[in-house]
Write a protein that binds this ligand. Structure first.
Ligand code: ZN
Length: 396
């Protein structure tokens, strides 16, 4: 139930007030997922997903994402994904606007989706919007409520294999990174630790969580399953209380050291109870580090964050139930937690379509067709990229 003060603050998304529905084609190709979505945007209420396709590259054999493999994958998959969402050839839908991820991400991957989107915008003579990938992640919790919840300002923890950031979103175009990783992302660290512990599959972190959540396997005790794991970026007398950043690279070397020291170089011959105990420790240490730094951020940014009551946790790791519970237990100042569905948490093109809709309707923004993919593009500098066109929407 929303408080009165909150309801008074709550304003509806003042976006589209058109007289007819319109159709949005959205493309995402920043990493190794070829994603295409067709959205139906009615004059009122949230958009409906007409069709959503995601073709993920299986990088298991390569042991991780290889940029040239991802680029090749997009060349092979993206046109088919777009073709599938547009429907059968004899009854094909022509969208009214085209959105695609412009950055940040791997240049070759981004270019594939961007070029297809631009080509279709030219062929159909329709507006084109180049979307910031992180903006998609930040805004997607607002998709189902048609932009009503969460209201700005809100805090987001974006946690995946590619990013780990705490971001304060003050408005559609104003985003401040409060915490970022100084090395690798949390999801990447979890995957690396899981691989070192002998887990297999495309989603190593998920496999590890599956074992942790398995009620039939009892975790071994401390003596049976010793481990030495770090607590990175701890404040000490030389750096008193001010290290506002995440760091996860140390976890992989620590688990490798632990396996070498206590388990003769491999956990595989040991029973699942040992593996489970180690997995719990790895996960807990990584999440403890995240929570500690978020609490530090609240302490050091008291003025900025005193009115924050909404917290979004999004990204591939956001579906982890242990992380969700730890966040809810550790941040009593937050009234509303938002956990988007797994499909909307991981990289997808629904979020790119929705961010495009918000940019188009609230800010009247489109993008010139001459823009190139941006490997680096800070979320705090969205409007500093070239190629934005601001002007009245036509034809809707
Ligand atoms: Zn992402």
């Amino acid at each position: 139930m929303l408080s009165l003060a909150r309801r008074q603050r709550l304003r509806c998304f003042k976006g589209y007030s058109g007289v007819r529905k319109y159709i949005v084609l959205a493309i995402e190709s920043s990493c190794d997922d070829s994603c295409a979505t067709l959205l139906d945007r009615p004059p009122s209420g949230p958009p409906k997903i007409i069709k959503n396709i995601k073709k993920t590259l299986d990088s298991t054999a390569a042991g991780g994402i290889v940029p040239s493999d991802a680029w090749t994958h997009h060349h092979r998959s993206m046109a088919d994904a777009v073709s599938e969402v547009l429907g059968p050839k004899e009854n094909r839908i022509t969208p009214d606007i085209v959105c695609a991820t412009r950055g940040p991400g791997m240049t070759g991957s981004l270019a594939t989706g961007l070029h297809i989107a631009k080509g279709l915008a030219v062929a159909w003579n329709k507006p084109f919007i180049g979307v910031h990938h992180m903006l998609g992640h930040l805004l997607v919790p607002r998709f189902e409520s048609n932009g009503e919840l969460p209201q700005f300002p809100f805090l987001s923890l974006l946690i995946s294999g590619g990013h780990t950031m705490l971001i304060l979103s003050k408005s559609l175009l104003e985003h401040e990174i409060l915490l970022n990783t100084i090395d690798i992302a949390a999801g990447n660290a979890i995957d690396c630790c899981a691989r070192a512990m002998g887990f297999h599959g495309i989603m190593l972190g998920k496999e590890m969580e599956k074992l942790i959540m398995d009620p039939n396997i009892i975790a071994a005790n401390e003596e049976e399953a010793p481990a030495t794991l770090p607590t990175p970026l701890l404040n000490n007398s030389r750096k008193p209380g001010k290290i506002q950043a995440f760091s996860f690279a140390c976890f992989e070397s620590a688990i490798e050291g632990t396996i070498e020291k206590y388990y003769g170089g491999s956990v595989e011959p040991y029973p699942d109870s040992i593996k489970k105990a180690l997995a719990i420790k790895v996960q807990r240490n990584i999440f403890d580090h995240i929570i500690r730094k978020i609490r530090l951020s609240f302490k050091l940014n008291e003025d900025k964050l005193k009115n924050i009551t909404d917290f979004v946790c999004s990204g591939g790791v956001a579906s982890n139930s242990t992380l969700r519970k730890m966040l809810q237990d550790s941040l009593p100042q937050i009234e509303n937690f938002h956990f988007p569905s797994v499909e909307l948490c991981t990289d997808n093109s629904v979020m790119i379509g929705w961010a495009g809709i918000e940019l188009y309707e609230s800010e009247n923004l489109q993008t010139e067709l001459s823009v190139e993919p941006l490997r680096k593009w800070e979320i705090s500098k969205i409007m500093e990229a070239d190629g934005w066109i601001k002007g009245p929407r036509k034809g809707l």
